[in-house]
Design a protein around this ligand. Structure first.
Ligand code: SAM
Length: 305
């Protein structure tokens, strides 16, 4: 039986945590090596039972942050995070409440944290990745950044503005669970473009999960041509190659979203024998406008078994 699900402490955009109860039952029962080929916040790989897990993503900062968490003592990481929060005098609303910071829950903490966050960002951008505190500074910055996202400019500087929220006990627990799981699991982190992943190293009972940026929706990682039609076509060809090599795969994607259709994916599917599972993504949020928008989205899991 699946134990309690572990959520990524990165609140990753496009993260599949909420979809796991619908996705995992479609995965093969026996998995030797599980490849989370577009791992992002690692939400999927953390919750799949396998002999070995390979996490891969092209975002080297993200991959190195995960490698850092795999090798640090959890309590030490939490102490380091609170040291940074206190050094930069960032908010901890769960401890002092919104009134203490002259803010409220709907507006969030951006106004209070802005100048403090910018100082942290400036210091982080001036810190070398080899410095002992580099990855903890990076993590705190993500937590206090806009929508917890990761974005660097072409000079390699983190350039997102301050966000509305801060670090709290729930995130602390998520981070501890994440570190614990990464350390207990037999895993490895790679930083490859999916086209460079060596299919020949795979064997029967290995399983590749593919969760690329969606061609027809927006996220920081597919801004400015981050994910193109050519990428989409190359990925679909890569999946056909896996199929020819008799390696099982599952692909997450959306076929339609807010009136847009992914034509490339749609026509590819029409000429294949793959199985399409239509997922039913409901938010617990009762806002009817959100429900309306979601109902226009056809989120699918495509499998070749
Ligand atoms: C939808 S997110 C994955 C979310 C993840 N499944 C989760 O639950 O947290 C897509 C990821 O693909 C990565 N990516 C983009 N282009 C890539 C490429 N060519 N090869 C491998 N990874 C890529 C992005 O950096 C991003 O982290």
């Amino acid at each position: 039986m699946q134990s309690a699900l572990i959520a990524s402490p990165l609140n990753y955009t496009g993260g599949k945590f909420k979809l796991l109860p619908q996705i995992l039952p479609f995965f093969p029962k026996r998995i030797n090596t599980f490849i989370d080929l577009f791992c992002g916040g690692c939400n999927v790989g953390l919750n799949v039972e396998s002999t070995k897990t390979i996490y891969n993503d092209t975002n080297s900062q993200l991959v190195n942050l995960c490698r850092f968490f795999k090798n640090i003592d959890g309590r030490e990481a939490i102490r380091g995070i609170y040291d940074i929060i206190s050094k930069y005098e960032l908010s901890i609303v769960s401890k002092y409440g919104y009134a203490f910071y002259n803010c409220d829950s709907s507006k969030g903490l951006g106004e209070y944290n802005k100048s403090r966050f910018l100082k942290l960002r400036q210091d982080f951008n001036a810190t070398k990745p080899t410095a002992a505190d580099y990855y903890l500074l990076f993590y705190v910055m993500i937590v206090y950044a806009f929508n917890n996202q990761i974005r660097f400019n072409s000079n390699g500087d983190f350039n997102l503005p301050v966000g509305k929220r801060d670090f709290n006990a729930k995130m602390e627990q998520k981070l501890l669970n994440f570190i614990d799981k990464l350390q207990k699991q037999n895993n490895e982190f790679l930083c490859l473009d999916f086209r460079n992943f060596d299919i020949k190293s795979l064997q029967k009972d290995d399983f590749v999960y593919v969760d690329p940026p969606y061609l027809i929706t927006c996220a920081t990682y597919n801004e400015n041509g981050g994910w193109t039609k050519q990428d989409e076509k190359d990925l679909l060809a890569f999946l056909d190659e896996l199929d020819r090599a008799k390696i099982k795969f599952a692909l997450s994607n959306v076929l339609t979203d807010k009136g847009k259709t992914n034509g490339i994916l749609n026509s590819w599917l029409k000429n294949r024998h793959y199985n399409i599972h239509h997922l039913n993504y409901k938010y617990s949020n009762s806002n009817y406008q959100i429900k309306n928008r979601i109902s226009l989205s056809d989120e699918v899991l495509v499998v070749n078994y």
